[in-house]
Design a binder for this molecule. Structure first.
Ligand code: RFL
Ligand code: PHB
Length: 398
């Protein structure tokens, strides 16, 4: 089999890239290790920047998002028992974010891909990328069918590594060609999804003596909540009752009263990590999204960064195939990394500000509260937070 772009991974990066390329008439095949149901079962991001919303529109998959997504013009910061609103809309000259789950984005992209008849291989085993330092790269993988296990080879011009943090693409690059920067945080997020109305119509980010908490949502009837937990905690040890009790203890009196609890429909623990691999291009192999970088979820930047990598990559590949120019692909890595590091900086800062660290005790908490007090009362500081939260423009600093 032959295609122009072999895309490894059917997460949001791979599916969005496939959609943008297909619309430009560039042939692509998506190869995914898991089944489609498994991919749709992962509960992850919930907040989309305007740039990401625009990209989903450009890809022709924005209709349901505009119908069902929730437009938010602000969010709340809770500390010392009181909430303070950050008026994103007012502070950024009219920008908002869209609350619409990654699961729904993925479903919309999968539906568009099958409607367009673009080939996708799910449940592919032993995916391997070859010869990407030449002009004839290829991908091999196995599938299970009625005749047993079959091996396949996909020849291509370009390989897009959209296979997430644990994928095969970055791992296939010689160690001497790649530099990795990493910071691991000494806590995780325990998250639950429940069919109960959200405690507030906007997100609440809470800094408390018991640790961080986040009140988010997926719809007017579905809530997503997180509490900071120890890395050694196991999901099974957290009953729903224990979760609700812990969340309630981290809220202000009004929210505590308004909190509606119910059985969880998903519960998981995510470790927090900052990670960047440089560069993001190795010959004919291009990394995009979590395959190249991870941010802690505090700033809601992961999916958004994946979307902007894909925008840069699709534009560069369209230029490559249609205008026979390699200017875009030559500039890809540098262009992405400038944006990536700004999001890394913001996510690290917001994480450091909002969480309880084991080694800083009372002093650290007091300094955080002083910074939060400054943040919500200084218009300049609030604007900087709002500007980063809604997302920097696609061509920022260019
Ligand atoms: P994904 O989503 O991990 O998809 C990669 C896909 O590649 C497949 N794969 C392979 N396929 C073939 N062969 C192999 N060898 C393969 N190895 C892996 C995987 O099965 C998978 O389907 O990466 P992608 O597409 O780059 O998307 C990135 C986003 O998923 C991620 O950045 C966000 O979820 C991060 N994130 C958030 N981002 C936001 O922008 N806003 C948020 O509000 C937000 N909240 C979050 C988050 C991530 C979280 N967790 C669980 C880490 C909240 C949480 C709790
Ligand atoms: C979510 O709704 O899952 C969510 C929202 C905001 C974040 C992280 C996660 O910062």
């Amino acid at each position: 089999m032959r295609t122009q772009v072999a895309i490894i991974g059917a997460g949001p990066s791979g599916l969005l890239l496939g959609q943008l390329l297909s619309r430009a008439g560039i042939a692509n095949v998506v190869i995914e290790r898991q089944s489609a149901e498994y991919v749709l079962g992962r509960i992850r991001a919930g907040v989309l920047e305007q740039v990401c919303v625009d990209l989903l529109d450009e890809a022709g998959v924005g209709a349901r998002m505009h119908r069902e997504g929730l437009v938010h013009g602000g969010f709340e910061m809770l500390f010392r028992g009181r909430r303070h609103r950050i008026d994103m809309h007012g502070l950024t000259g009219g920008k908002n974010v869209m609350v619409y789950g990654q699961t729904e984005v993925t479903r919309d992209l999968m539906d568009a891909r099958s409607a367009a008849g673009s080939p996708t291989v799910y449940s592919a085993a032993n995916v391997a990328v070859h010869d990407f330092d030449t002009a004839q790269p290829y991908v091999t993988y196995d599938t299970d069918g009625p005749q047993g296990r079959q091996s396949h080879r996909l020849d291509c011009d370009i390989i897009a590594g959209c296979d997430g943090y644990h994928g095969v693409c970055r791992a296939s690059v010689p160690r001497s060609a790649i530099t990795e920067y990493e910071k691991v945080y000494p806590f995780g997020w325990l998250g639950i999804l429940a069919d109960v109305p959200p405690v507030s119509h906007e997100l609440i980010y809470a800094n408390t003596e018991r640790g961080f908490a986040l009140c988010s949502m997926r719809s007017p009837t579905r809530s997503r909540y997180y509490v900071q937990c120890a890395l050694t905690d196991s999901v099974d040890a957290w009953s729903d009752e224990a979760f609700w009790k812990e969340l309630r203890s981290r809220l202000d009196p009004q929210a505590r009263e308004q909190l509606v609890t119910g059985p969880s429909i998903e519960k998981s623990i995510a470790p927090l990590r900052s990670f960047v691999a440089e560069p993001m291009r190795f010959g004919r192999l291009f990394l995009a999204g979590d395959a190249a970088h991870i941010v802690p979820p505090t700033g809601a930047k992961g999916l958004n960064l994946a979307a902007t990598d894909v925008k840069y990559l699709s534009s560069a590949l369209i230029e490559f195939f249609q205008e026979h120019s390699s200017a875009g692909i030559d500039h890809y890595s540098e262009r992405c990394l400038r944006r990536v590091w700004k999001a890394e900086r913001f996510s690290w800062w917001f994480t450091s500000l909002m969480h309880r660290f084991p080694d800083t005790a009372g002093f650290g908490q007091k300094v955080q509260e002083a910074e939060l007090d400054y943040l919500v009362h200084s218009e300049a500081a609030s604007r900087s937070l709002a500007e980063n939260y809604v997302g920097l423009p696609l061509n920022f600093g260019e």
